[in-house]
Ligand binder design. Structure first.
Ligand code: PLP
Length: 389
């Protein structure tokens, strides 16, 4: 089997599995005052330090959540609410149109239910937001912006955003910029302090840690309105008893992912380049999505559009050959919809319906690439003969 869907979830690192299983047999609520509680608290605070170290953040900036989705929602909704509470003019939200649904739908929800005025920042043909586009949007009225949100790395087409430049523009105008770094952790150098971001989301299961745990890295000067009310854990921003084993295992994985990042990018980047070359050799009219310059995209991402094919049909044909990948498009009422990301880059909607994402990871091998090289040509031929519906 060739598992090429690491961007959906990647296998846990053995060291993280070891940490998780060791912690599962330990009892203690990190908020309890007795010895067991204090031991659990110590484990959590050590994990916070390790995660902060891996992300270039201070431990006090790490707010543990149930994953990337919650971290994104907390940043987008929470910052909107708190900024608007401080000044009712602040109802404008600046967002890239290529965001993951965890951000995209949170922004849309604010528009539908909270009176947010959303401005989608223009992107170029590889899905990148120019810092000038943010500067122009801010300049229209810096006083009415609640927040801006632009992801660090795109989960579908792999495009990296100029996060540092964007954060500079936002910081100069006194506007908080949130960035979804879920796909960036372990693949790009992620340094929260150097970035000047206000907030940044990361997730455990995308970086070799467990499911159901993540973090919002949040500058100390920001106090988003919480989504969850309760015991006041995590700076009063995210109530709920902490999942000590998950938090500890996430920190182990994040630390290793950050430490191995350069070697990962080299090794997996070479495999990805071989995969791209093999697919383009087998299907010469396939169109590589995202930035053709490897420096501008995630090293583990390869994204293609196959003219005349349905992405879903191709995915299932490859699955039957033991190759697992993703389309990136959503299905609405049983009809495949082109991906919002691919459409935002200006692609033709028919072409956008025939996309596949291969995402590699720490368990990927040359044999995986060889499997794709052998299977993609015949699969595309069959999908084309089935035709677009
Ligand atoms: N943001 C991005 C860019 C993602 O790729 C994902 C997962 O697909 C998420 C957010 C959501 O993260 P989680 O699965 O931890 O909720």
């Amino acid at each position: 089997m060739a598992y090429l869907d690491h961007a959906a979830t990647t296998p846990m690192l053995p060291e993280a599995v070891q940490e998780l299983t060791a912690q599962l047999t330990v009892t203690g609520n990190a908020s309890s005052l007795h010895g067991s509680g204090r031991r659990a608290r110590r484990t959590v605070e050590e994990a916070r330090e390790r995660l902060a170290g891996a992300l270039g953040a201070r431990p006090s900036e790490v707010v543990f959540t149930s994953g990337g989705t919650e971290a994104d929602n907390l940043a987008v909704k929470g910052l909107f609410w708190s900024r608007r509470a401080a000044d009712p003019r602040r109802t404008r939200v600046l967002a890239s149109p290529v965001e993951h649904h965890a951000v995209l739908d949170a922004v849309r929800w604010l528009a539908d239910h909270e009176g947010a005025r959303v401005e989608w920042l223009p992107v170029d043909g590889v899905g990148r937001v120019r810092p000038d586009a943010l500067r122009e949007a801010v300049a229209r009225d810096p006083q009415d912006v609640a927040l801006a949100t632009v992801m660090w790395a795109n989960n579908e087409i792999g495009t990296l955003q100029p996060v540092h430049e964007l954060a500079e523009v936002a910081a100069e105008a006194g506007i908080p910029l949130h960035s979804d770094a879920v796909q960036a952790l372990g693949q790009c150098e992620v340094d929260f302090a150097a970035s000047r971001l206000a907030a940044m989301a990361v997730s455990g299961h995308k970086a070799g840690g467990p499911y159901g745990v993540g973090a919002l890295v949040l500058g100390r000067e920001h106090s988003p309105e919480p989504l969850l009310h309760g015991g006041g854990q995590e700076r009063d921003v995210r109530s709920g008893t902490l999942d000590v084993p998950a938090v500890a295992a996430f920190a182990v994985a994040a630390e290793l992912a950050a430490a191995r990042r350069a070697a990962f990018a080299r090794g997996v980047g070479a495999l990805r380049d071989a995969l791209v070359a093999a697919v383009l050799a087998a299907v010469p009219d396939a169109v590589l999505g995202g930035d053709p310059d490897p420096a501008g995209r995630l090293p583990a991402n390869a994204h293609f559009a196959f003219p005349g094919c349905e992405g879903d049909s191709l995915l299932l044909l490859l699955d039957a050959q033991g190759i697992e990948c993703s389309t990136g498009s959503a299905c609405t009422a049983g009809i495949a919809q082109p991906s919002h990301v691919v459409l935002a880059t200006g692609a033709d909607p028919d072409l956008a319906r025939g996309t596949l994402r291969f995402s590699l990871g720490h368990t990927s091998t040359e044999a995986d690439v060889a499997d794709v090289a052998g299977a993609i040509g015949p699969a595309v031929e069959r999908a084309r003969s089935a035709g677009l519906t």
